[in-house]
Write a protein that binds this ligand. Sequence first.
Ligand SMILES: O=C(O)CCC(=O)C(=O)O
Length: 282
Amino acid sequence: MNREEQRRELNAPFSLTKEQIDFYNENGYIKLKHVFSPELLENYRRIITDRVAELSADAAPLEKRTTYGKAFLQIMNLWTQSEGVKEFVFGKRLASIAAVLMGVTGVRIYHDQALYKEAGGGITPWHADQYYWPVSSDKMVTAWIPLQETSREMGPLAFCEKSHRFQIGRDLEISDESEMTLKQALSTFNLEEGVFDLGEVSFHSGWTFHRAGANTTDRPREVMTIIYMDEDMRLVAPKNKNQIADIERWCPGVAVGEVVASPLNPIIYSTKSALATTGKPA
Ligand SMILES: O=C(O)CCC(=O)C(=O)O
């Protein structure tokens, strides 16, 4: 597959049925198969893995880390550090899926992160991402893109169905406490904890509670994630210290009440801008 074919695939539309959109809204997540080809994923897996290796070279040994630290190597906003990763993160296919699932006209990047659960890496404790985000609505979604087939033993992402409507535990940062409290609080909900095929991508909403098991295999679980927000999302006053840190890191210079449109938050897909320039939707 040459570069031009890869670019085409990254940017090509992906059609979603009404049932799939309804499923996302009802359950707070969806897993979609055949979003990308194995060739494309292998190419970007290499590019992303090289950068992760470089940027995590001085990570502490697993046994010296906290539970959260043992969950994965976490490298953020790789798109700002590599043209190859930028090409992947700026792809319109994932961004348009995000927009359609959320029912918005377009999406910006909040940030990306590579999440590499090392061989022998621990669990990812129960949590909801939106606890970290100082934003004006729940039109936030994370695309979780495994870069290899992901067996149960590697720690695939697991979702608590319909938990995006659950109010308890929204004030918990990811920790031993969130794992303990939420495991109990969510015990009556259905858990989707299946494997991911190569090419399968999940999308989960900001308030959907999720976790992942440990990686008991001898190879890393390599995953890229991209967090998208409604293109019209506004910044709100931070509610905790993590949200204060997020503003500085992911939306520098944006004031409370303004659209979250710093240079780190480009619009990746929008039917508004396409309509304005061509008169046709994107
Ligand atoms: O990859 C993982 O283990 C956790 C991912 C996660 O929490 C997220 O993408 O929001």
